[in-house]
Design a protein around this ligand. Structure first.
Ligand code: DSN
Length: 412
């Protein structure tokens, strides 16, 4: 940072302030985490200087001896950790990973069946404003109105009616376990391929805290920076029979040179994720989410699906006459950082929805446990009871900062 401060003090100062913010606040956005110092070191390394179009042993430029070793290590570690037959570690992030799968396995106009965005799915699963929604014929399933669980009867009915080429499962805002085996059975029955997007839960899968789709899905995509705690990046795991199509979808289909510094940092994160300490972390993330959810519910707060099985909680604040944005802003005033989010069957607009999305991956990385979750829930309930009480927000913010001081943020 000294070199940065000497050259560009403005950016150095902004990064220092962001470091301080990440240290002093409770980061509950479920897709965020703290990458370790080792992951950060690999990310900020000389590998950022190298172009490497192609794959190990088949590159277009010279000077790849060491880069090939890095990429091979990342691939071997990904396959070992997840039990996959093939891995591609070059996608720049989760969205390009999904696009590369569509490009590799589908033709424009093919039919996709996926979870809709308002019910917890991801934009790149075929939402109409995205390239995935515009280039493919997309049908979407949702959750049941009564219990907010994915309606597997609806999935089967839509699959039989529309005979998709690809069924997509996986979510960005779904607090329950996804029944990958049931999806695979439906896909087999209708002759579809199955893609599981585990971006949110990859660390839980790696740590044995959520069932793995790898044995049953044709292809699995993930980001590497959420529960997996790596650098910002993406990864595709697949059966050997799809390896050529997937690799071609990534390069040359969608991307140019891979981000080698990111590949190295992914390798480091996979190495860390293979340790007993990471398994304990993954289980603690889920336990912390359960404790937080139970305590929030005990305060009379409305939880989508009534609770959680994973790292994520979706609060519906509409019955309190509030919007998600009002609550998220008030919580941020208290040093508790969340994001406003749509809830299933939301009647409000996506930019100002009825829900707030929370998750425990980042605060668990700091070593927080059930006692801190209960304290956090009590703070949140107080803030939500009156989001206009800025004096309470300021007092809570100081208490949050004092708590954070006891739990160092990894990597900073
Ligand atoms: N932006 C990610 C999330 O917050 O869940 C999904 O891409």
């Amino acid at each position: 940072m000294d070199a940065l401060a000497a050259v560009d003090p403005q950016i150095a100062a902004l990064i220092a302030q962001e470091d301080a913010r990440q240290r002093a606040t409770l980061r509950l956005i479920p897709s965020e985490n703290y990458a370790s110092a080792a992951v950060m070191a690999a990310t900020g390394s000389s590998l950022t200087n190298k172009y490497s179009e192609g794959y190990a042993g088949r590159r277009y430029y010279q000077g790849q001896g060491l880069i090939d070793q890095v990429e091979r290590l990342a691939i071997e570690r990904a396959c070992a950790l997840f039990g996959a037959e093939h891995a591609n570690v070059q996608p720049y992030s989760g969205s390009p990973a999904n696009l590369a799968v569509y490009l590799g396995l589908l033709q424009p106009g093919d039919t996709i069946l996926s979870l809709s965005l308002p019910h917890g799915g991801h934009l790149t699963h075929g939402w109409k404003v995205t390239i995935s929604g515009r280039f493919f014929n997309v049908f979407q399933y949702g959750v049941r109105p009564d219990d907010h669980r994915i309606d597997m009867d609806e999935v089967a009915r839509l699959a039989r009616a529309h005979r998709p080429r690809l069924i997509v499962c996986g979510a960005s805002a779904y607090p329950r376990i996804i029944d990958f085996a049931a999806f695979a059975e439906i896909a087999r029955e209708v002759g579809a391929l199955l893609l599981a997007d585990i971006a949110h839960i990859a660390g839980l899968v790696a740590g044995g805290a959520h069932p793995s789709p790898v044995p049953v899905a044709d292809v699995v995509t993930t980001t590497t920076h959420k529960t997996l705690r790596g650098p910002r990046g993406g990864m595709i795991l697949c059966k050997a029979e799809h390896a050529k199509a997937i690799d071609g979808g990534v390069f040359p289909g969608l991307q140019g040179g891979p981000h080698n510094h990111t590949t190295a940092a992914i390798a480091v994160a996979l190495h860390e994720a293979a340790t007993p300490a990471f398994r304990a972390y993954a289980h603690q993330v889920v336990e912390n989410a359960r404790v937080l959810a139970d305590r929030l519910a005990s305060h009379g707060l409305d939880l989508v699906s009534g609770g959680t099985d994973n790292h994520l909680i979706l609060l519906d604040v509409s019955k309190k006459g509030l919007s998600g944005k009002v609550v998220a802003r008030a919580l941020e005033g208290a040093g508790i950082v969340t994001n406003a989010n749509s809830v299933p069957f939301d009647t409000r607009k996506p930019f100002d929805p009825s829900g707030v999305r929370l998750g425990t991956p980042a605060i668990t990385s700091r070593g927080m446990g059930p006692d801190e979750m209960r304290r956090l829930a009590d703070w949140m309930a107080g803030i939500i009871a009156d989001p206009t009480d800025t004096a309470l927000q300021a007092r809570t913010c100081a208490e949050v900062e004092a708590l954070c001081a006891h739990f160092p943020a990894p990597g900073l």
